[in-house]
Design a protein around this ligand. Structure first.
Ligand code: MN
Length: 135
């Protein structure tokens, strides 16, 4: 048994996030499970890059206001209490609203090759503002 609250928060990688993002790993590699659980705190305007999850993902918005979009769909607002599910392979991004912080707990499983996410390009400002793609 191990008390995990003493693990340090980590900055989100510039390769997979835009803006200021802090990550706390709750269940990660080496924890004897396929499950992955992280707490992610996004500063206003911060967001993930485009990505998909081979086995899907669920995230629970703890506080603040955020934005999320699946490829080809509209940018949607998410708020505290929302539970968002993305099916396996669906390309998407998620992050804070332009003028609010947002924190969520993200949960997913790795596949047989140990992959939890397939990462793509950063979300451009035009995409973030909903000016391209979507409906
Ligand atoms: Mn995701």
């Amino acid at each position: 048994m191990e008390v995990r609250s003493r693990r340090p928060s980590e900055r989100g990688s510039n390769e997979t996030f835009s803006g200021e993002v802090w990550v706390d790993v709750l269940v990660g590699e080496g924890d004897y499970q396929r499950m992955r659980v992280i707490l992610v705190r996004f500063a206003p305007g911060a967001r993930t890059a485009w990505h998909s999850h081979p086995r899907g993902q669920t995230f629970y918005v703890l506080e603040g206001r955020g934005l999320a979009q699946a490829r080809g769909g509209p940018v949607v607002e998410v708020r505290a209490g929302d539970v968002v599910h993305t099916p396996p392979g669906e390309e998407h991004w998620h992050g804070a609203a332009p003028d609010h912080f947002m924190a969520h707990i993200a949960m997913w499983e790795v596949d047989d090759e140990g992959r939890g996410a397939i990462w793509g390009a950063h979300v451009t400002d035009a995409e973030y503002r909903g000016q391209v793609g979507g409906g």
